[in-house]
Design a protein around this ligand. Sequence first.
Ligand code: NAP
Ligand code: ZN
Ligand code: ZN
Length: 350
Amino acid sequence: MSTVAAIVAPSVDAPLEPGTVTRREVGPKDVLIEIVWAGICHSDIHTVRGDWGPQRYPLTVGHEIAGVVIEVGGEVTRHAVGDRVGVGCIVYSCRECENCLAGEEQYCLRGMTGTYGAVDRDGTVTQGGYSTHIVVDEDYVLRLPETIPFEKAAPLLCAGITTYSPLRHWNAGPGTRVAIIGLGGLGHMAVKIAHALGAEVTVLSRTLDKRDDGLALGADHYYATGDRATFTELAGSFDLILNTISAKLDMNAYLRLLSRNGALVTVGASAEPIRISEFTLQAGRRSLAASGIGGIAETQEMLDFCAEHGVAPEVEIVTADQVNEAWDRVLASDVRFRFVIDASTFAAAG
Ligand code: NAP
Ligand code: ZN
Ligand code: ZN
């Protein structure tokens, strides 16, 4: 076991502070990764602030990890010392259930092991990527294509796969009209990926403030949902709507924007119950669905797709001592469009 520098949440409501986490010995199938970049996902904030239920503190979050392999166990075959690799939201799963066997470990029927806040095989609580090093079973470690700028690779491990997976599952592509609700970390990746897939893309944001950015990211159309006329003008006009917002929304109003057979897929996770009208769904055989991150194989497919199509997030680099401020800015939707922490600053912050 070794102790490494980290940024730690001491409790549900205290600011994050410098600290340490313990990493296990490198087992035969493990790789030891020196973390270079760590993305900030809104889920990190939901988790620490108790939005999704109680946590065990102190807790280190972060599940958008890009780094370099510095040690491998004796049975490791997929990765070698010096490789650029990524770790997302999953660090283990049962490997035996129907969903694991289908390569969809995120839906492991026995519960996948999340990168932070989950009970690991040895009974300890997993600790995430706001730290200098992590030890992960090689099967849950992704290859990072060289052509993706290193600091931009980290957000792909959550924001990228969480939007790529439903866009692929619901067949976004040429001839489909796709709307993205919310232009934050996930939303801006959804716009880029849907555009690269060939779909006609519309952004539905609260205001027109980010309109120029949205169009530059690849959106064809941009509407403010703060303007009620938007809902009249766009009624019945989308085959697929992806909800990426971090707060509760008036689902019925958005369901009415779906075409016949259209689907509204929610990846946003406010955890507040939603009310929907069966009549709104019945008026056009509409579906309401949800999607969670993506499996390991599909995450690799997404990374390769992004490399091939030149898709990468827009990032703002911060240092370890700026993480509390960055969280405040995420909560204020003041980020264009993903914060990435320079992991070399974790040690200095302690
Ligand atoms: P983010 O960067 O903070 O973006 C969220 C966006 O939601 C904002 O940019 C804003 O868009 C909109 N928004 C924020 N507050 C709002 C409010 N009060 N009312 C209406 N809209 C509001 O967050 P993120 O990292 O992209 O994550 C988005 C959500 O997805 C979070 O709930 C996160 O936990 C969840 N998530 C889910 C999965 C999954 O597997 N399903 C994976 C990762 C994240 P505009 O300013 O454009 O309106
Ligand atoms: Zn995330
Ligand atoms: Zn399983």
